[in-house]
Ligand binder design. Structure first.
Ligand SMILES: *[C@@H]1O[C@H](CO)[C@@H](O)[C@H](O)[C@H]1NC(C)=O
Ligand SMILES: *[C@@H]1O[C@H](CO)[C@@H](O)[C@H](O)[C@H]1NC(C)=O
Ligand SMILES: *[C@@H]1O[C@H](CO)[C@@H](O)[C@H](O)[C@H]1NC(C)=O
Ligand SMILES: *[C@@H]1O[C@H](CO)[C@@H](O)[C@H](O)[C@H]1NC(C)=O
Ligand SMILES: *[C@@H]1O[C@H](CO)[C@@H](O)[C@H](O)[C@H]1NC(C)=O
Ligand SMILES: *[C@@H]1O[C@H](CO)[C@@H](O)[C@H](O)[C@H]1NC(C)=O
Ligand SMILES: *[C@@H]1O[C@H](CO)[C@@H](O)[C@H](O)[C@H]1NC(C)=O
Ligand SMILES: *[C@@H]1O[C@H](CO)[C@@H](O)[C@H](O)[C@H]1NC(C)=O
Ligand SMILES: *[C@@H]1O[C@H](CO)[C@@H](O)[C@H](O)[C@H]1NC(C)=O
Ligand SMILES: *[C@@H]1O[C@H](CO)[C@@H](O)[C@H](O)[C@H]1NC(C)=O
Ligand SMILES: *[C@@H]1O[C@H](CO)[C@@H](O)[C@H](O)[C@H]1NC(C)=O
Length: 415
């Protein structure tokens, strides 16, 4: 089932998958198992309406992640009913892990991810199936993380049926979306990066190349280099941006070991990982928001623009924030009052009224650490699972209801 995944990932997955033998109950039809569950009426209805789809996947042995009724209420039942059928089906496949996973096998403090049954290229360009992350919290709750950093906590676990296990969660998981909508609707600190990709005609390459890891500098990094980057031509700018993408290697932060070298899209020039306490750097840029799932891989937000001519840059761990690896010229001011470079390149449609360089907050992501000492812990803001920083318990769709509809609409429009 995981034949298409690199061996390193296989080890990670097999480490938390118990042998299914003895776990799967024989002779317990999923429909009847669902009917016996309280507060699962919407999902029961979805099962009845898509019995054939479920049957096709269950025959391979899966883990069904079933949002409870409260999850659908939070999502908005009307909104759910408005979702086009192809997206509903994609979403259902995303709610199936492509293996039998008991929650007891997820180890506390270690994040893992599981491939799902969502393999349709219209919704995912991740080989072997789009993924979901699993983290065991202190207190042993398991939290799933999906697209847009949407999380759900397991509220009833390991219910066996004929063909796998059922895990009930308190949030509707979100199919990871393309780079454009993910950055536009959920991570506005990446507006300059996104604009730069549009300006250099690289957006499709970054959004559709399968199995990528993207290291995306936040707006402040671009503001600091507004003068420097502004004087470059398109060819040079393209080379710089391609130094921020690793083709063919979806790498979660917990796989980024000290001294890991990753070959980038800038003619294979490497970027190198440094681990220091709980901080993770690529070259000298710090990862400030981890593991943002995308339709074609994963994205890490970093605090500086990488320089393909400075591949040996490493962090000065005495500093609380790293210096740019470019000679700054011209405009270097940062802050919300300063225009954010490249944002004028963002396409604006009726569905994206938020794009406006003066209204985009340039500095909503800041490092959480004050001083750099050997006892400092934390510092990485995590949208999802992170082996070093216990993810805060944050489930449900608080405040995200409206964005969900818009983004899903945008995805469908984009098909
Ligand atoms: C079902 O939902 C109701 C109302 O939210 C709650 O009081 C009850 O405890 C839930 N039952 C179960 C078995 O989760
Ligand atoms: C199942 O299909 C019926 C008929 O099309 C529809 O009214 C109902 O809302 C569907 N249920 C769910 C949970 O999607
Ligand atoms: C599913 O699990 C059952 C019980 O462990 C096993 O007999 C069967 O061979 C498995 N099927 C597949 C397709 O892996
Ligand atoms: C996946 O890539 C193909 C091009 O190879 C593209 O047509 C499709 O839209 C991409 N899917 C998503 C979800 O972005
Ligand atoms: C872009 O700038 C570089 C360095 O100045 C120069 O070598 C190259 O010819 C320029 N390319 C174009 C298309 O102007
Ligand atoms: C990471 O690698 C660098 C350079 O090889 C080394 O100086 C540093 O001690 C290593 N850090 C850890 C945590 O192993
Ligand atoms: C890039 O990293 C790979 C893998 O560690 C290594 O084999 C290769 O020599 C590196 N290339 C350069 C130019 O440093
Ligand atoms: C892919 O990423 C892993 C770290 O997750 C690294 O060890 C490996 O060298 C990378 N492979 C390539 C081809 O860059
Ligand atoms: C890319 O690398 C190859 C082999 O190292 C080299 O011959 C070529 O000139 C490089 N191209 C660019 C655009 O740097
Ligand atoms: C960091 O601080 C130590 C102690 O003050 C000093 O020895 C070292 O040279 C500094 N490192 C850098 C890169 O500035
Ligand atoms: C951007 O927003 C500001 C403040 O709301 C407004 O004054 C300005 O006209 C807007 N610019 C564009 C191009 O929409």
């Amino acid at each position: 089932m995981f034949g298409l995944l690199p061996t390193a990932l296989l080890a990670i997955i097999s480490a938390f998958v118990h042998s299914p033998t003895g776990v799967i109950a024989a002779g317990q039809d999923l429909g009847r198992v669902l009917d016996a569950q309280k507060n699962l009426t919407v999902f029961q209805g979805l099962y009845r309406n898509h019995t054939k789809l479920f049957a096709e996947h269950i025959k391979n042995n899966v883990t069904i992640i079933a949002p409870n009724d409260a999850a659908f209420v939070r999502f908005g039942l009307e909104r759910w009913n408005d979702i086009p059928e192809n997206l509903v089906e994609a979403s259902l496949k995303y709610h199936m892990l492509a293996d039998v996973v008991t929650m007891g096998s997820v180890i506390r403090g270690e994040s893992v991810y599981g491939a799902t049954e969502l393999t349709d290229p219209a919704f995912s360009n991740v080989t072997g199936g789009q993924t979901m992350m699993l983290t065991k919290q202190p207190g042993d709750e398991v939290v799933f993380t999906s697209g847009f950093g949407e999380r759900g906590t397991v509220v009833a676990d390991n219910v066996p049926f004929d063909g796998g296990l059922l895990q009930v969660i308190d949030s509707v998981m979100r199919v990871p979306e393309r780079l454009e909508t993910t950055a536009r609707d959920a991570y506005k600190d990446l507006a300059a990066f996104l604009g730069a990709l549009y300006a250099t005609d690289l957006i499709e390459e970054f959004a559709e190349m399968p199995d990528v890891s993207i290291f995306a500098p936040h707006n402040t990094a671009f503001q600091q280099l507004a003068g420097t980057l502004g004087s470059l031509n398109k060819t040079e700018m393209k080379r710089i941006l391609r130094y921020h993408i690793v083709p063919g290697n979806v790498t979660h932060t917990w796989e980024l070991k000290n001294d890991t070298a990753l070959a980038t899209g800038a003619n294979g020039t490497n970027i190198t990982v440094t681990r220091f306490n709980n901080y993770i750097f690529v070259n000298s840029a710090q990862i400030i928001q981890t593991d943002i799932l995308l339709a074609n891989g994963i994205m890490q937000m970093i605090d500086n623009v990488l320089n393909p001519d400075q591949p040996s840059a490493r962090p000065n761990t005495n500093l609380t924030s790293q210096l740019p690896v470019y000679t700054a010229t011209g405009v270097t001011a940062t802050g919300t009052a300063v225009p954010t470079p490249f944002t004028s390149e963002l396409p604006c449609t009726a569905s994206c009224p938020g794009w406006n360089s003066t209204t985009i907050s340039a500095v909503t992501v800041t490092s959480t650490r004050a001083t750099r000492t050997s006892t400092t812990t934390g510092g990485v803001r995590s949208t999802g699972a992170n082996s070093n920083v216990a993810a805060a318990r944050c489930t449900g769709l608080v405040g995200a209801g409206a964005a969900l509809g818009v983004a899903m609409g945008a995805l469908v429009v984009g098909l």
